[in-house]
Design a protein around this ligand. Structure first.
Ligand code: SF4
Ligand code: SF4
Length: 229
């Protein structure tokens, strides 16, 4: 849906550069002759696994689009329950008609070439990745933490205000939009490469906060990550 939110000019540029052959929310065609597949959403049902494997076989390049596809995202919160509990909670008496499995990012099922992170994905980053792929280049995605962008944005660190934040261990690229908007980072872009967990703990200690407080926040998007397992 974020792709459909592109400005008119951006959309025209995109349509001039690629041929869209399968896009459930936007067109009725269902052709499977694509070279690049953008896959959104996490895997939550057994039947999605062969479908995803089929996409991998067809596409030369697979890109995970959005937090759920990239890191499992909020759907993985159900992994803290048994699958029966999750089904009962959502479908009640009708639970027997549905199936569900532990939620997981698409990289848990197939090889993923590139990632467009964030919840929701940022359209400018999506376009940057499309452009790089069309030029045959590897898309450049920041490998430093959100704190770097937060400082550049001139924000007061929320730790100074007695709150917790996942900025020190989260991959940048969003320009620390949540902190700039008066909140804190929830970690929707997933962990930065080689996250300095010890440093996050040091920061928590310095501000008299507990690891439990940050772990609760971490669960929202990063239940599937190694750190949570
Ligand atoms: S508010 Fe969060 S992202 Fe910003 S500097 Fe502090 S810890 Fe880092
Ligand atoms: S500040 Fe954190 S939660 Fe907000 S968009 Fe950036 S990575 Fe996601």
């Amino acid at each position: 849906m974020e792709v459909l939110n592109l400005t008119g000019e951006e959309m025209l540029d995109l349509l001039g550069a690629v041929e869209i052959v399968n896009f459930r929310e936007a067109i009725t065609n269902r052709a499977d002759n694509y070279d690049i597949a953008f896959v959104e959403g996490s895997i939550t049902r057994e039947s999605e696994i062969p479908r995803l494997q089929q996409i991998r076989e067809q596409a030369k390049i697979v890109v995970a689009l959005g937090s759920c596809a990239c890191i499992g995202g909020v759907n993985c919160l159900k992994n803290h329950l048994t699958m029966n509990q999750a089904l009962q909670m959502v479908y009640g008496d009708s639970a027997k008609y549905y199936d569900t499995i532990l939620a997981r990012p698409i990289s848990a099922v197939i090889r993923v070439d590139y990632y467009v992170r964030n919840c929701p994905p940022i359209t400018s980053e999506f376009l940057k990745v499309v452009k790089a792929l069309l030029l045959g280049r590897k898309p450049e995605i920041p490998s430093y933490p959100v704190c770097t962008e937060c400082k550049v944005a001139g924000n007061i660190c929320v730790f100074e205000l007695g709150k917790t934040c996942l900025g020190p261990v989260t991959r940048a690229g969003c320009k620390a939009i949540c902190v700039t908007g008066g909140r804190h980072c929830w970690g929707c872009r997933g962990l930065v490469d080689e996250p300095n967990i010890n440093s996050e703990e040091e920061i928590l200690k310095k501000y008299g906060l507990t690891v439990e407080q940050v772990v609760e926040k971490f669960k929202i998007y990063n239940t599937y990550s190694e750190v949570m397992r």
